[in-house]
Design a protein around this ligand. Structure first.
Ligand SMILES: *Cc1c(COP(=O)(O)O)cnc(C)c1O
Length: 384
């Protein structure tokens, strides 16, 4: 029976401390949640600005549903492209300083669509080894040749680019690495792309709304701009809603509208979501106080956790992974925190490399200094 081979695989995973299971939230996303009936202080969402349950966004979504209904009813190229989608695309393009933008249903789909839409057989994709799973899947789907370089290793990237003579070249990278929290050296990467006539595709899932002037993201953080940069950010993290967008030259967007399968062959997101997202963009632009508070929490956490037997990985962002190493030990630590009413996710292979299991602590502007103190205190107790 095929079932027995499936069960065996799951058993093996369980023995290695790799079995995954879901927990059910009984309250809206926030630092203080109820999970399976019990209250927790949580440090594992990507809701970096605390917008996922913001009253103004709830009101905008309600108003959007009132005016536009619930479903889009068709793909964008058929009859599912609504005025709120169109308006949001213009707002997003202006916000990040690009001529055009295109909405996707999720970040995962945006990555599949962009890489598959821009390169194919005979082309080459260059990728950081720690890129997000969706970028890895995207390059396989594209059927382009793939060359992966060691995390952040610009010398190796330069070498690989120099070795490639024909076809389109596309360098793809997380801007803020999702499991590490460090920032890709985008300025150096852009220089290499200019030197070798390559495109740079930047996945800013964890930078948009948080980094840069007015939360414009990683390009603003580095003060870089170029026609050869294709920019992508997700709208379900700091923006607090759902979806993703790609911002680029008009010709790139037109190409994706025509060639990106995950854009063409899928139902558009409900237009009401775009109404909420336009409001979210306003809040992000005005959210300097939230970003300053978030930065203070990051510093408080890093100061508080120095001197533990486990090291925080080098990161200035809201993603603060505590490196544990062993899978079972990481799980155990996460369990012990949970017994104390604190929820931090243990991240294990294959999401991260073997031997680098970690607690992925994420901070949000919705956390208070008291919340962070509670986590710091609990980890110090558990270290004894
Ligand atoms: C979350 C994430 C995605 C996927 O975005 P979704 O909208 O959740 O599908 C893509 N890239 C990175 C780096 C991410 O962290």
């Amino acid at each position: 029976m095929p079932f027995s081979s499936l069960s065996k695989e799951l058993e093996t995973r369980a023995e290695q401390g790799l079995l995954r299971r879901r927990r059910t939230l009984d309250t809206p996303q926030s630092p203080h949640i109820t999970v399976d009936g019990k209250p927790y202080l949580a440090f594992c969402s990507n809701d970096y600005l605390g917008l996922a349950n913001h009253p103004q966004l709830i009101a905008a979504l309600q108003q959007g549903a009132q005016q536009w209904g619930v479903g889009a009813g068709a793909a964008h190229l058929v009859s599912g492209h609504f005025e709120p989608h169109h308006r949001l695309e213009h707002q997003l393009a202006a916000f990040v300083g690009k001529p055009a933008a295109l909405l996707f249903s999720t970040g995962y789909m945006a990555n599949l669509g962009v890489v598959q839409g821009l390169v194919g057989k005979g082309d080459t994709v260059f990728a950081d080894k720690l890129n997000h799973a969706s970028l890895n899947d995207a390059m396989l789907l594209s059927r382009a040749e793939t060359k992966r370089y060691r995390h952040g290793d610009m010398a190796q990237l330069a070498q690989l680019l120099a070795q490639t003579q024909s076809g389109r070249k596309l360098v793809i990278t997380d801007a803020v690495f999702s499991m590490d929290g460090d920032i890709a050296p985008l300025r150096e990467m852009l220089a290499l792309c200019e030197q070798h006539d390559a495109w740079l595709y930047v996945d800013d899932a964890h930078g948009f709304g948080v980094l840069g002037e007015r939360g414009c993201g990683s390009l603003s953080h580095f003060g870089i701009a170029s026609q050869r940069i294709v920019y992508m950010a997700t709208l379900g993290k700091a923006a607090g809603v759902s979806g993703a967008f790609v911002a680029a030259e008009q010709v790139v967007v037109d190409t994706l509208v025509n060639h990106a399968h995950s854009y063409v062959y899928t139902t558009a997101t409900p237009p009401a979501l775009s109404v909420a997202l336009s409001q979210s963009l306003e809040l992000i632009g005005q959210g300097e106080a939230l970003r300053v508070h978030l930065k203070q929490l990051v510093e408080q956490l890093r100061d508080g956790l120095s001197g533990l037997p486990w090291q925080l990985m080098p990161s200035d962002t809201a993603i603060q992974p505590l490196l544990i190493g062993d899978n079972l030990q990481a799980l155990k630590l996460s369990e012990s925190l949970r017994e104390r009413g604190i929820w931090v996710a243990a991240i294990r292979p294959p999401t991260v490399p073997q031997g680098t299991a970690r607690l992925r602590i994420t901070l949000s502007a919705a956390h208070s200094a008291v919340d962070v103190n509670q986590l710091v205190g609990a980890l110090h107790e558990l270290a004894c």
